[in-house]
Design a protein around this ligand. Structure first.
Ligand code: BV8
Ligand code: ZN
Length: 289
């Protein structure tokens, strides 16, 4: 089901949303687009001549940790100036309201930009950031919550939050999307582990890496208990997230989508999430329009 506020599907969603006991929302890079964060496959999706899928892989990191760290330095620097948009805030507000009404509202995000958390969402599965956050299963050990600002040692596994910008002196001024620097930064000058001095990597799930079994289990549980599924801002290209809409639809659960283009999850586009989510998730219809 894809809709905009004019068509009847909007009213249908609002009725389902009013009755739903357990809403599951899958978000992708598109929900951060109105915060100024480039998406992966949209116009800003290329960094220099590379796609994220060329760089966010263990093979690329093994081949050139310097290039991959430039890519992440660029994204970390970018995030330092970005704020959650009205779509993030509407999701966080809906979660709090559902909580008060004894209903479930869970966000499953593919994003590692941390904007859902900064908007106040806490029933949040950051599926490419490794671990559950405050999903009442209370994985509170924050050391395992991965995102752009977390590093993991490639040898001792030490995880820590590192918001330094640049993350190391050698990356100062590096990472610009339109400047091919060419020169490899020696590993010794790249971000190193505070415990064992080995090279550290971004603490996120790369392409070709599996999600942690406990994350997959939590996602499966949410899929099994949701009675309304909303997909927002994802091209539905990256697995396993890309499969969820069809899995849930086959369970007989209504699936709705917000996107500015049509995707394999539904048939047509609807509009920008920053505009539509506040309307769709508003407490009452008159606040909706
Ligand atoms: C896995 C963290 C089991 C890193 C990310 C061959 C070999 C190995 C693996 C595979 C293979 N073939 C397939 C696979 C599986 C692979 C995969 O799916 N590849 C794709 C490219 C085909 N998946 C994996 O590897 C996953 N693990 O499957 O393990 C396994 C293991 C080995 C071998 C086989 C299987 C792990 C995937 C996790 C990758 N890590 N992020 C980082 O970010 O640096 S994924 C990355 O893509 C981002 O997290 C991003 O969020 C995500 C998905 O992209 P989208 O969010 O959808 O973003 P995109 O730009 O594509 O789309 C944005 C959408 O928003 C667009 O539709 C646009 O229209 C819309 N939009 C724009 N503006 C707005 C908007 N919508 C609304 N409002 C707006 N304003
Ligand atoms: Zn170490």
């Amino acid at each position: 089901m894809a809709f905009s506020t004019e068509d009847p599907k909007f009213a249908e969603f609002r009725q389902l949303f009013a009755k739903a006991r357990s809403v599951l929302v899958l978000t992708g890079a598109g929900v951060s687009a109105e915060s100024g964060v480039p998406t992966f496959r949209g116009s800003g999706g290329f960094w220099r001549k590379y796609q994220a899928t060329d760089l966010a892989t263990p093979e690329s990191f093994a081949k050139s940790p310097s290039l991959v760290w430039e890519f992440y330095q660029y994204r970390r620097e970018l995030m330092a100036t970005k704020e959650p948009n009205k779509g993030h805030l509407a999701l966080a507000e809906a979660e709090k309201r559902f909580e008060k009404e004894g209903r479930r509202f869970v966000i499953l995000t593919q994003n590692i930009d941390g904007l859902h958390r900064r908007a106040g969402s806490s029933n949040l599965i950051e599926m490419h950031g490794m671990l559950i956050l405050h999903l009442k299963i209370l994985y509170t050990s924050s050391e395992n919550i991965g995102n752009l600002f977390k590093t993991r040692c490639t040898s001792c596994g030490f995880v820590e939050e590192n918001k330094n910008n640049p993350i190391c002196e050698a990356l100062r001024g590096r990472g610009l999307p339109d400047v091919e620097t060419g020169s490899e930064i020696p590993v010794a000058d790249l971000p190193l582990c505070r415990q064992c001095q080995s090279l550290v990597r971004p603490h996120v799930v790369w392409f070709g890496e599996t999600l942690w079994p406990d994350v997959r289990e939590k996602i499966d549980k949410e899929i099994a208990q949701c009675d309304l599924f909303l997909v927002a801002g994802t091209s539905s290209v990256v697995y396993p997230a890309a499969a969820y809409a069809s899995i849930i639809s086959r369970l007989g659960v209504p699936v709705a989508e917000i996107n500015i283009e049509s995707t394999p999850s539904t048939s047509n586009s609807t509009g920008p999430s920053g505009e539509l989510l506040p309307i769709l998730l508003a407490p009452s219809v008159d606040e909706a329009l």
